[in-house]
Structures are given as structure tokens and as C-alpha cells.
Ligand binder design. Structure first.
Ligand code: SAM
Length: 239
């Protein structure tokens, strides 16, 4: 029987079919490297990521989700981390590999959808996402958080950069499906974002990104939230 809904997987598949396919969209997005996109014009890492490394964390292993052209993965590798970085776009991964090679840095870049990746459980001290979550449709968020909790080590850290309402579209979760679109990315109110993570994570920091100038050593746009979280212990950790 075609188009059946007999279980959760069928339901998720139906919802996926209502939203644009991510792979072709992101491949085309990276075709022209000279585009006027804020993070295309800079190789600098996020200002909040640099703050985390200076003041809060010293990870040995790090995973970047949706690494794009690699500026944050490269920063983490320069800090001595063993870095694995994933992106769905081959064009983005190629670009990131070229940049890492220019600096003689060893980073394990992998092209693929984070939801199809087979990564080992409890294996990263730190996971970073700068700009992926707000491009995920609402029904994929639970899977996204479950994935992070699975591959992060106990008490591991998670860093997030995500659209504020000024940075992204002001739409409800239901409207995404009513209009078959995330309108360029979902803008999150503070409470909406905290609601998603507060059960599994403790927030160390939650603030707007600081606006930086092109000439600065760091990247920053004030229409983005930044947060550093720590995985709460689960019941399994006590058994
Ligand atoms: C806004 S860009 C941010 C790029 C990079 N983090 C930066 O800030 O320079 C979002 C990235 O997420 C990637 N992406 C989107 N959906 C993905 C998925 N399901 N799995 C892996 N990567 C994905 C896109 O290809 C894109 O590079």
C-alpha cells in the first residue's frame, strides 16, 4: 500500500515529504562561493565558540554538525581538538577540506545527513551546531536532540547558534506544514528554544551573539542566539 501511515516512521516520512529536500537545496546554496552570505565572506570562528574555549571547556574530541565551509571546525582543530565535522553538502565539504589543507590541519570531514550517520555512542566531549537547527522542520527536532544525547559523552557539552525572531521567520510549528515551508529558517523566541533543551541539558550560557565587524578576528551577528549547555546525567549513569 502506498502512502500508508502505520507507525511513527511512516508519519515522519510523510512530514518530510511536505518540506523541501535538504540535499539539493544546500548543494545549490554552496555553488557560488562569492555570494553575499555573512559566513561566506569570513574564515573567522564564532565569537561565542572562542569564549567557550577560553572560559568554559577544554574538549579533547569535538563534532560539528552542519559545518559548512569549516571555519568553526578549523578553529577547534587549531585548539588541539580531535575534530569530526559533518555536512550534507559535498560542495561545502570540499570547500572546508581545501581550507583545512591550507592550514595543514587534520579534520575528519564527512559528507552526509546527520540523521543517516552512524556515529559511536558516548564519543564526543563537545558537539557544536552553528546554524543547522533553525533549518530543520519541527518534527525532526526530537530526533536531533536524541542524536546529540546519544553521541555526546556523559556530562559532555553542546554549543548552539540559532536564529532569533529577527534573524529568521516568525512562524509557528504548525504554520511550517500549512505553508510547506520554513521560509528561510525558523526564528526562535528565547523561551521556545529553552523549552526544547531544558529537559536534557543544563544551560551554562544563553545570550545573543555579539555583532562583529568584517575586520575583526571573530565572526558575530546579533540576530543569532548562542548557548553553551551541559548534558544532564541520565538515570542510566546511576545504575
Ligand atoms: C547556515 S549553514 C551554517 C554553516 C556553518 N556552520 C557556518 O556557520 O559557517 C547550515 C549548514 O547545515 C547543513 N545541513 C543542513 N541540513 C543538514 C543535515 N540534515 N545534515 C547535515 N548537514 C546539514 C547545510 O549544508 C549548511 O552547511
Amino acid at each position: 500500500m502506498k502512502e500508508k501511515i502505520l507507525n511513527n516512521q511512516d508519519l515522519y516520512q510523510m512530514l518530510d515529504s511536505l518540506i523541501r529536500k535538504p540535499k539539493p537545496f544546500w548543494e545549490e546554496f554552496y555553488e557560488d562561493r562569492d555570494k553575499e552570505i555573512p559566513f561566506f565572506q569570513t574564515k573567522q570562528p564564532d565569537e561565542n565558540l572562542v569564549e567557550y574555549f577560553h572560559h568554559y571547556i577544554k574538549p579533547r574530541t569535538a563534532l560539528e554538525l552542519g559545518c559548512g565551509p569549516g571555519r568553526n571546525a578549523i578553529y577547534m582543530a587549531r585548539q588541539g581538538c580531535e575534530v569530526e565535522a559533518v555536512d550534507i553538502s559535498e560542495n561545502a565539504i570540499e570547500w572546508a577540506q581545501e581550507r583545512a589543507a591550507d592550514e595543514n590541519l587534520q579534520i575528519r570531514f564527512r559528507c552526509g545527513d546527520i540523521f543517516q550517520m552512524n556515529l559511536q555512542e558516548d564519543s564526543y566531549d563537545f558537539i557544536y551546531d552553528s546554524g543547522l537547527l533553525h533549518h530543520l522542520p519541527p518534527h525532526q527536532r526530537m530526533k536531533y536532540i536524541a542524536f546529540i544525547c546519544k553521541v555526546l559523552k556523559p556530562k559532555g557539552h553542546f554549543g548552539l547558534v540559532c536564529f532569533t525572531p529577527e534573524g529568521g521567520a516568525d512562524i509557528t510549528d504548525w504554520e511550517v506544514y500549512r505553508h510547506y515551508s520554513m521560509q528561510g529558517g525558523i526564528g526562535y523566541e528565547e523561551e521556545r528554544l529553552k523549552e526544547l533543551f531544558k529537559k536534557e541539558f543544563h544551560f551554562h550560557t544563553f545570550r545573543r551573539m555579539k555583532k562583529m565587524e568584517q575586520s575583526d578576528d571573530l565572526f558575530g551577528e546579533d540576530f543569532l542566539w548562542t548557548s553553551l549547555m551541559e548534558l544532564r546525567p541520565s538515570l542510566d549513569d546511576f545504575i
